[in-house]
Design a protein around this ligand. Sequence first.
Ligand code: PGA
Length: 912
Amino acid sequence: MTLLLLQCSIVSMATLSSSPSAPAITQNPDIRYLGRLLGDVIRAYGGDSLYRQTEYIRSASVDRARGIQGADLVDTGLDALSLDDTLNFTRGFMLFSMLANLAEDRQGVAADPGADVASAIARLDSHGIDRDAVLGLLAHSLIVPVLTAHPTEVRRKSMIDHKNRIADLMLLKDAGREETADGENLDEAIFRQIALLWQTRPLRREKLFVADEIDNVLTYFRDIFLPVLPALYTRWERVLGARPQSFLRVGSWIGGDRDGNPFVQAPQLEFALKRGAQAALAYYLDALHALGAELSLSTELAHVPQAVLDIADASGDASPSRQDEPYRRAISGIYARLVATYVALTGDQPPRPSSLKGQAYASPADFRRDLVTVAQGLASEGNGALATGGALGRLIRAVETFGFHLATLDMRQNSDVHQRVVAELLKVAGVEPDYAALDEYARIALLRRELANNRPLGSRFSDYSEETASELAIVHAAAEAHRIYGPACITHYIISKAESVSDLLEVNILLKEAGLWRAGVEGSPPQASIMSIPLFETIADLEAAPQIMSAYFGLPEIAGVVKQRGHQEVMIGYSDSNKDGGYITSTWSLFKASKALEPVFAEASAAMQLFHGRGGAVGRGGGSAFAAIQAQPRGTVQGRIRITEQGEMIAAKFGSRDVAMTNLEAMTSATLLASLEPEGISDKDAARFAGAMDELSQNAFNAYRDLVYGTEGFKEFFRQLTPIQEIAGLKIGSRPASRTKSDRIEDLRAIPWVFSWAQARVMLPGWYGVGHAIAAFEDKALLADMAQSWSFLKSAMGNLEMVLAKSDLGIAARYLPLVEDQAMAERLFGRIREGWALTHDGLMAATGQSRLLEKNPTLETSIRLRLPYIEPLNLLQVELLKRHRAGEDDPRIKEGIELSINAIATALRNSG
Ligand code: PGA
């Protein structure tokens, strides 16, 4: 067989033909094209022998996936690869996956059909909900993707940039072009980009710093969000027939999230905000520059209203050539004022200074007012199209959306830290010697007394621990940022592991230290410039959430603050609740908590804003955001939602303008539907379904907890079976891999937990326990009904199915020799295998399918095409792990492990 296969190019082998149990795989021509070029690059730069070896292994793997007898990978020559070839081979497969991802993105494989605002409006219309209702909702909506630096992006930025350039070149190819704008042959240009990818080191050698993370994310703001959001509004205004307020914003945690990251302190917060302001203002300056060129209307040919002439005259622009061009002079004046603003806010000069002198704007609203005056001037003289549809309209939208601060930066810290800091402040101030020893009632009473006056606890004449000093410094930095950039730059303070009212009050105490909480005077409510937000992230805390919020709202001073603000946010954590209770229990607990919070908010007359802390992998709440938002309980969205966007999902969802538009459309349309579309099931069904879910959830919880937390030796089994220890060495984030030195699963962060199970292809957090629950559930007809008619379960089952299809216990079994106690390994793996079979069979029965993804051929094609490329990587990873753990110290072994982690994560796409 080999001769024929060896002569084939790598691309022809990107094809999988049908196996007895699967339908034919539709070829993606881009995968074939890019794969062929990759094969050519490997041959040209890695040599013929590497190409042949790579091709041989790949073909054998494809054969194995097709079920061709005798194609056992052990015989494919993988074990004959030298260490150098192993590294090269792994890189080759990683690049193939990267190019396959690119090809799929181009085909919109990941996009949900009908996930756009126009379709949502049509769908609502079919329910009798008209545009006015949509506009009414949007009038008080807030939709925010919040970018975080969670360490799950394994690819270097340089690699992503090369990939994006290939995507751009492919667009030229789509347009039928044979040459680039610079006259290069297009195929050769793409080949060159792939050759660059091949010769670019995929692993980061140096540690990543917070400043790198800040700069990385800024590229998405500059290239994507700043231009894309205004463009989306232009489209939506057309669809809506009206101009909605700017309800879509982008948030960030980078430089403000210090939960378990000691490297985020006051200077990082200051740096993040300064860089953000520079990026926003530089963008506006460029936009003004372009507008100045565009608005060449002459007073000889167009009538110009007085308001515009006033701005033009105040500009000091005396250039003779522009004397009859008041719009240009007005823009020059605005430009000069914005340059002064840039200098005032950031202390630096902008890239392109102004020859005029201007006074800095006091606020984005002032800047916007000038722009609106110009726009109204144009509109009043019949140039409405120039005013709203064009660059000026987009600039006004950008200013409304990004202000002078670019993105609202959230602060986050762990409740344990707040407790220690407040305890120290109280002790040093002589108020309470042992705060930690007080019970919850006593704590609340004490904290309320402190919140009722403006006397700070901290004194600059006292000495504090490093932790307290750092926490105080950051709230002072936040207060200073409010003074510089305006209060919109920081509005949210998230409390990780929140479990009580005192956890919320402690943050208000810290804010008070910097004047960000001011006690009410003479019956007026207190002023809270930053909102304290609990993050509920264990199953027990989610259950307690309604009660905690009700007690919090019950405090008169809090009721006053909330009433004044009109809304309150609660964050719910997908990953940690999943690690705590397993997939279905976590999903159900999040749903129930949201639903139970609704009446609590109604009682407090506060709009509820849920902030969903989810990652890319199913075990961390991943999966289609469009389906997930729509599956939220009715009454809990109401136009307001924030969702984290993390790690590899940032490049996947916002890597290019088109893809970003698709994903922001999906998020917005799902929010409209979740807010306005009537509940798809009757109250009676909802009650029946909830009863069934309680039972399923309880049984799944028991099975999951029993295995993960109740089985002797499970911790060791997990630590030895998966590459968890090696993952900690990857340089993919600034924060340490764990919060504490403890190796208990309870203390492990959710990311490495999910990530390592994905590498070994078990993906346990995404499914374990579900099968036990379904098996024990007697009313199978009810379950099938729920899976078919209830968006909540449909979405959960869809994710479960994806994760099962990506898992492979045959491959996972190859990791078993890594576990020292083989008897234990067999025993525990037997339980996992049994759980997988139960989950698989239960899912098939509930969804009426005979094989996974039967009803989702696009995803099936995508996954089936990938699998043969992942298997050899897994086998190599096992071999390298064995050698590494046996003490071999050749640095190429460690590098090979890290490369394989990188390659598998790239191929699985949403693994972290
Ligand atoms: P955290 O995030 O550990 O930062 O809370 C968990 C996750 O996103 O998986």
